[in-house]
Design a protein around this ligand. Structure first.
Ligand SMILES: Nc1ncnc2c1ncn2[C@@H]1O[C@H](COP(=O)(O)OP(=O)(O)OP(=O)(O)O)[C@@H](O)[C@H]1O
Ligand SMILES: [Mg+2]
Length: 264
């Protein structure tokens, strides 16, 4: 699954810190994400997982440390510039246009993804219309891919929460990313929905997209991730294979031991 030892990371994080006033939300965190892997980022509430995503995606700038995507520094880049480099994220609790249809939501994301490319500047009106048609086609493809075709015409906000979460993944896919940051995609899903969504995360990797997965459903994380990074109170307390993490005493003490759902 992970490539040969000579391969270089798609994402490289070194000494990353973020302070909010007196709170050290992320505290000197370092890890690499190898291309084509699924990396789990787990830890208790408030551990700094979402903040780490906000730093990678450029929503916040770090208090200290470095972030590199394929060897290129992300420091000082705006969120749209980071997205243009191929990093897409989903949001904890989803972020959709609830009153637009499911298909329209994905079309907007597909258009935004197209605009991030080279043609933005020289598109005339006719080409803009073609881009619209292409975005519609692409939206249909992506909705089929995530299993939401039958909901295309419904308003996004009226769907069940599990389906809204899949829509969040569809929006990120529409950006044609190289790296996807998924923030609690299985939250609110029943076991069957979680199993299907986990299978989808594997299919995303099968498309050549690297995945970093924040999730409290630890058994699901253990099943699908190649490597796991564990945060607690902002700091990295462990990193390794699912087997290594499962038996790590610090992790059990900080997180797994108190997670009643861990064996569910
Ligand atoms: N914008 C912000 N301003 C101030 N403090 C923040 C901000 N965002 C996060 N924090 C704080 O940083 C810490 C880490 O929060 P974060 O949201 O990254 O945790 P998390 O690991 O994603 O938790 P959860 O599992 O509950 O989603 C918490 O103490 C939180 O209150
Ligand atoms: Mg969070």
């Amino acid at each position: 699954m992970t490539g040969p030892i000579t391969e270089s990371p798609i994402l490289s994080i070194r000494g990353l810190s973020k302070n909010f006033g007196g709170v050290r939300a992320v505290d000197d965190v370092s890890f690499d994400v190898m291309p084509g892997s699924i990396v789990g980022l787990i830890g208790p509430n408030g551990a700094g997982k979402t903040t780490t995503f906000n730093l990678i995606s450029g929503r916040f700038s770090p208090s200290a440390g470095t972030l590199q995507m394929q060897g290129r520094s992300l420091l000082g880049l705006r969120p749209d510039q980071i997205a243009a480099l191929g990093i897409a994220r989903t949001f904890q609790g989803t972020r959709i246009f609830p009153n637009l249809s499911v298909a329209e939501n994905v079309q907007i994301a597909a258009l935004a993804g197209a605009k991030l490319g080279f043609w933005e500047d020289w598109l005339g009106l006719r080409a803009a219309r073609e881009a619209q048609v292409q975005a519609q086609q692409r939206a249909q493809e992506i909705l089929a891919w995530v299993g939401l075709s039958e909901f295309g015409a419904e308003s996004a906000g009226s769907m069940a929460y599990a389906h809204q979460s899949l829509l969040g993944i569809a929006l990120a896919l529409a950006m044609r990313p190289k790296l996807m940051l998924l923030d609690e995609p299985f939250a609110g899903m029943n076991p069957g929905e979680t199993a299907r969504a986990a299978q989808m995360v594997r299919r995303i990797r099968g498309e050549g997209i690297t995945v970093v997965l924040v999730e409290h459903d630890v058994p699901a994380v253990m099943r699908i991730c190649d490597r796991i990074v564990v945060l607690d109170q902002g700091a990295k307390i462990a990193e390794g294979t699912p087997e290594e993490i499962r038996s790590n005493e610090r992790v059990i003490e900080a997180y797994l031991g108190v997670d009643a759902d861990a064996d569910a």
